[in-house]
Design a protein around this ligand. Structure first.
Ligand SMILES: Nc1ncnc2c1ncn2[C@@H]1O[C@H](COP(=O)(O)OP(=O)(O)OP(=O)(O)O)[C@@H](O)[C@H]1O
Ligand SMILES: [Mg+2]
Length: 571
């Protein structure tokens, strides 16, 4: 008889009302294997894993652990079977320390010995290469540290089958690298790992096998080494997809938002934005690039009126109205004036969406302040909801179905779609495609372009440099809260932006009020000059290297290429 699988699903189905979330899924996973679970938003990934973790119980089918049928009716049953799940929304108690959270709910014989707990946590951390301080309080932790606590929590309980639901959606590339190292150490230790992610490059990098779900059904499980991103996308979607972004030239760009000398400190007095200046034009997409935490979030929040501003000015110039200063206005007033912010936080339901309400209700929330105008009549939000549903293909039984029950990616579509549907004249978005499947991500990119063509000034904070370079007209690069330059996205290279992300050697003086526009234009010109200079230097270096190599008779032209590779590794 063949070796027993660590986990096996046989004919597993799960329905919510009329919706079939999982349909007769047959799937298995062996020991010492990392499996990626891939599928479009709403394809049933989280639901399937929740049945392994004891959150839901299947309507049909059986689950086998090590070849034996098991009944998993609660998270405790899951733990007893060696299964631990790290959910997308962490379930930690903020005022407790890491160690306290790790043992929370555990009843070991008698009282807990703090020192013993800390020692065991340290031992686990050492074994798999985690960075953790057992005595640190959760509220003092970064998202990545909190995630580490969640993982150690399940390891502490002896889990050897680990499920991670979109763990990298909220991590920086560096943190993702660290997590992947830990996962590899666990694999080497014989653990079975199921990883849900929408990022195909991660799938290719970390997993041994990939299981694909489509509309609740298991399409296939393939070896990662024998597939490609393109093939996986087609398996997920069910047909060939074009992953091209159309980028028309800006039409009649006019300055819409002129930021000058913007300085913002956080509640602890740490400078988050340092003398930032920019001009966002109607009819263009201005990308914002930077290493996570370089001030992207603070910049958009400051413009939206959500941050206390130490210094600076934000002039908003609507299409047919006189320019107005936004600093000092309330978030409501700014929204009403037509400056929209679709910011995707770590907790989607935390950002102005009410889980218990349907799409219509949530549309009203966004627009109630428009008051007596169009929105007294409830048909308007209904229409908006229908438009969002159609444009973004939101998977929901209806516009009044509670958004809390939608899949993660579909909640996000409602969030982004609502801001777009409010017909803003400045549309700012941060991390708009986080947690969205690849097909939907492209829908969002196309919607941004559509907005641009309508004359909207689109400000797009993104994480993927390839996408920024393909989608945007100009890219502003932030480094440690400062602007390190603005580049033409049609000409810039990834390497160049990577450099600007890590150094402000390219820094340009921020424009002053009054002369902002010309200064901003000068900034762009200067950035272009820099860029040309860089390109020239690079070409010269390459030529010099080639000459030297020739002299040595041995072709050694790799030097400049090596430098490029270094940069790629770093970004
Ligand atoms: N508690 C629930 N009540 C009703 N419907 C639900 C519930 N949980 C999930 N669903 C539905 O089941 C389907 C599958 O959802 P699931 O969350 O498993 O998708 P997913 O593949 O994890 O998607 P995403 O990539 O967006 O996270 C969706 O249509 C979703 O709306
Ligand atoms: Mg999910």
């Amino acid at each position: 008889m063949a070796k027993d699988h660590a986990v096996e699903f046989k004919g597993i189905s799960k329905r919510f009302g009329h919706k079939t979330a999982n349909d007769k899924v047959d799937l298995y996973l062996d020991r010492g294997v990392i499996m990626s679970l891939l599928g479009e938003n709403g394809s049933g990934k989280t639901t399937l894993m929740n049945m392994l973790a004891g959150i839901y119980f299947p309507d049909e089918g059986e689950i086998f652990i090590d070849g034996k049928p098991v009944v998993i009716k609660s998270p405790k049953d899951a733990f007893d079977n060696g299964i631990g799940m790290i959910h997308q929304h962490f379930k930690l108690v903020d005022v407790f320390t890491a160690a306290e959270n790790i043992v929370l709910g555990l009843r070991e014989e008698g009282r807990l010995d703090r020192r013993k707990v800390s020692a065991k946590v340290r031992e686990i951390a050492e074994k798999y290469g985690f960075d953790i301080d057992p005595d640190k309080k959760i509220y003092e932790m970064s998202v990545s540290e909190k995630q580490t606590v969640e993982i150690i929590k399940v390891l502490y309980r002896g889990a050897d089958i680990l499920i991670l639901d979109e763990p990298t959606a909220v991590l920086t590339p560096q943190e993702t690298g660290k997590l992947f190292k830990v996962l590899k150490a666990m694999r080497a230790d014989g653990k079975s790992i199921i990883l849900i992610t929408h990022k195909l490059n991660e799938v290719m990098e970390i997993s041994d096998v990939v299981a694909v779900l489509r509309k609740g059904q298991h399409v296939a499980t393939v070896r990662t080494s024998e597939t490609s991103e393109k093939e996986l996308t087609e398996m997920m979607v069910g047909h060939t997809v074009s992953l091209d972004i159309d980028r028309p030239l800006p039409v009649d760009p006019k300055p819409r938002l002129t930021v000058a000398g913007l300085t913002v400190k956080d509640s602890e007095g740490v400078t988050k934005l340092d003398d930032v200046g920019l001009v966002a034009y109607g009819g263009e997409i201005l990308g914002i690039a930077g290493i996570a935490g370089s001030g992207q979030k603070e910049l958009l929040e400051a413009i939206a009126g959500l941050r206390h501003i130490q210094k600076g000015s934000i002039i908003y110039t609507p299409e047919h109205e006189a320019p107005a200063e936004l600093v000092g206005k309330s978030p409501m007033e700014i929204k009403e004036a037509g400056v929209a912010l679709a910011f995707v936080p770590e907790d989607r339901l935390g950002m102005g969406l009410v889980g218990g309400m349907g799409m219509t209700g949530n549309m009203m929330l966004r627009s109630w302040n428009k008051g007596k105008g169009i929105f007294v009549d409830t048909k308007a939000p209904e229409k908006l909801a229908e438009k969002v549903l159609e444009n973004l293909d939101v998977q929901t039984p209806g516009i009044d179905y509670p958004v809390r029950k939608l899949s993660g990616g579909n909640v996000q579509k409602v969030l982004v779609g609502r801001e777009i549907a409010s017909a803003p004249s400045v549309l700012m978005s941060a991390y708009a495609v986080r947690g969205l499947d690849i097909n939907t991500s492209y829908t969002i990119y196309n919607l941004m372009t559509e907005q641009k063509m309508k004359g909207v000034a689109v400000v797009f904070v993104g994480e993927d440099l390839d996408v920024l370079l393909e989608l945007c007209d100009r890219i502003l690069v932030l480094c440690g809260g400062k602007v390190s330059g603005v580049v033409d996205a049609r000409k810039a290279t990834k390497e160049q932006i990577g450099l600007m992300m890590t150094s402000t050697d390219f820094i340009h003086s921020s424009p002053m009020p009054g002369e902002t526009i010309s200064q901003a234009e000068a900034m762009v010109a200067k950035a272009r000059e820099e860029e040309e200079r860089l390109a020239r230097e690079k070409a010269e270096a390459a030529a010099a290297a080639a000459a030297a190599a020739e002299a040595e008779a041995e072709a050694q032209t790799e030097a400049p290429e090596e430098a490029v590779k270094e940069v790629e590794k770093n970004d």
